[in-house]
Unconditional design. Sequence first.
Length: 396
Amino acid sequence: MKKKLSVLLILLLGLTYYSYGQATDATPNFGVKWSGFVKTDYMFDTRQTTNSREGHFMVLPKPESIVNGEDVNDQTNFNILSIQSRLKAGITGPDFFGMKTSGVIEADFFGNSGSGLDDVNGFRLRHAFVQLSNDKVEILMGQYWHPMFVTAVFPDVYSFNTGVPFAPFSRNPQLRLTTKGKVKFIGVLFTERDFQTRGASVSQSGIPQLHAQLQFGSVKDILGGFGVNFKSSRPALGSDNLTSTAFIGYFRTKLGKVTWKAEGIYGQNMSDVLQIGGFGTATNGDFVNNDTFSAWTEFNADFSPTMEWGIFGGYTKNDGFGEPITYTNGFLGNSVESAFRIAPRIGWKSGKLKIGIEGEFTSAQYGSIDSNGDLSTTGVDSVNNFRLLTTAIYNF
């Protein structure tokens, strides 16, 4: 690991030196601009949670687990982590057949493995893409946000979960075309890498994921849009492909000084974007999608130039399989019937430093698959977790 970091630092210094040298030219052809942040989170949970990276990426409170008459998951947890700290290189260069070029490489220390301790603090790739642009279109090639993660309309919570599992979250290798203007068309052809469909493979299906989206307006005024996603995945070699679809609608507007954002998602087998549900096997042996509905909204504004506030609310519902099944596979084991979250926050900012406090109350209703393929919650109590998060973010 030390050897890898040494090589990385040498490359970074070399690129920085080269970019400074190019910047002295009258018409620079190449440049690298470094940015990022140092972030430390202090986290206290009133219950054990379903999470990633030592609890940093909190998803939902764990269900009851009764041992000797006691719920062993009804225990508190506290941690301090800085692994979300990030480094980004923004690259500019000469035109490509008349189109402006740019590139981004972004990494952090969040690691790649799920809950294992061996990879926490591991240096991992977040984004890596090349972009071509003219006055009509933008073309992006590389790893970037999933098209259902809309960069103009996403939760600005302090928690690194960014609204999961109520808001979609994923980064994918892709080819993206975006038109310019007040009405934008976004078309994306992509596959999966770090965020994958549980129990099935998109690449082995032989068909990439496809997404089409229309976006209206601008971030400064009113922005809205809707999109449709098509996914084909193969649960096992030799099996038939499973076709899944998903739909999103979203908007962002100003109410005086307050920014209001909202999004709704309805789709099938969406474990790759960290939504509850997945797929199952019907009694006749066919693969069956699980349907999930999610929605979230957020209000945020500044008290003053040095103080900000916000409040996030989300809800998700597992709509089941619609027919009897013999086996399930998917995110959270298909056992979450519904969940909601309320998360207010307040922050103080000056210069490049922000210190924030966020309270995150999440309630989850677990159940079991009944004979009709629906979630039955009979005799199952809901469980709750309150996370108190204090964060310090230093941008550079």
